[in-house]
Design a protein around this ligand. Sequence first.
Ligand code: BGC
Length: 260
Amino acid sequence: MAKALGIDIGGTGIKGALVDTVTGELLSDRVKLPTPEGGSPKDIVSTVVALIDKIGGLEDGVPVGLCFPAVVRNGRTMSAANVSNKWIGLEAEALFEKALGRDIHFVNDADAAGYAEVRFGAAKDVRGLVVLTTLGTGIGSALIYNGVLVPNSELGHLEIDGKDAESKASYAAKERDDLDWKQWSKRLQKYYTHLEMLFSPDLFVVGGGVSKNYEEFLPLLTLTTDIVPAMLRNNAGILGSAALATEPVAAHVPQPTATK
Ligand code: BGC
């Protein structure tokens, strides 16, 4: 068994648990706290500290993985979706490391969810290119090729008909525009046809809360690529960030130098 702590920071809630990163089972209760109003870095960091305390504290040597709804480059958050703009350009990883007194692994939320589906869920043992999209407030994406994550793909922001795709095809857009499943699926059809044309994936995995209703909309799509619902639901971010935190960097890749 390899143990790691996974924490998933979202626009409305922050959740975490201890994870067995070999089997993908949770080793503790899943603890959830509301995301503080405004989502400022200071408030989110203190909520994460409180959350870890509730899970039982940081055990010695247990790796910590965190995921966040933003582009994450070299530990810096380069965007901010549904959280304060103060995150843009912030050295977020260093901020959490200082507060926790421990190295952490910090990644985009959809990347964590996609990696979890490949390791433990709907895309387990799938060879080739897996494209996960999360349909929620926005659209998150993850590209995983033969088990290796290519981070920060941000395919929710592809332009379709001159519009940011997530502004038309996310679950929030369905709610906002009061679309029924059929109307929404027309937008999804355009979106996934476009993704299919660009990437010719081996499998699409569809995550986000609405994926529990997959029977209402996935059968309405006509694609040449198989498209399946995510399996890990609410735990995907926790499992993926924990698993990525234990992932060794390939031996032939130079280790990062301390430039932070
Ligand atoms: C953000 C992504 C994020 C996704 C899901 C998008 O608006 O740009 O970074 O993964 O929402 O939270």
